[in-house]
Design a protein around this ligand. Sequence first.
Ligand SMILES: Cc1cc2nc3c(=O)[nH]c(=O)nc-3n(C[C@H](O)[C@H](O)[C@H](O)COP(=O)(O)O)c2cc1C
Length: 172
Amino acid sequence: MDVKKAIEERRSIRKYENREIPDDLLRGVIDSARLAPSGNNTQPSTYYVVRDEETKSKLRENKVFSQDFVYNAPAIIVCCTDPTAYEKHVKGWDSPNEDRAIRDLSIASSFLVLRATELGLGTCYVGWLKGEKIKEILGIPKENLVPYVITLGYPAENPKPTLRKSIDEVLL
Ligand SMILES: Cc1cc2nc3c(=O)[nH]c(=O)nc-3n(C[C@H](O)[C@H](O)[C@H](O)COP(=O)(O)O)c2cc1C
């Protein structure tokens, strides 16, 4: 699959087969995120992958996600980024470090999601969450931000494409 096809075929998947993701595929999607560019090559992002039922139960008990499908996904990739990782900050020339950290994580996440698509895996970004509670449960260092998680698994649905603006609306 080429990049164009992965971009066109990716959908948010909210129903997954009850099937384990092989370790090498999981490592492969995280590896694609690792290869993404970041400001000043700072690489502020890290990923905690929740696959075990015990941790999922803890997350569920604490109601960290508002949607049930997240707990039922074979893997929940908790996307973390560290604003304190940036050594240089040139005021007036760059965004605040929190913005930079989320910017870099978001670029890396796109690589991750497209590679997952290529491997036949489904993903969904999930921003409706209690990030601070997730950090507490998983022991994620407090300086990290958790703007979203990405669910991952073999798709058990085939959603239609969602609407997009036309090219003339976005190319100004
Ligand atoms: C940053 C981000 C956060 C999102 N948060 C949620 C979420 O909390 N719950 C959910 O069901 N979908 C979430 N989505 C998925 C969007 O609803 C979805 O990408 C959009 O409707 C377009 O559909 P598509 O991904 O199938 O093309 C999120 C997407 C992004 C990029």
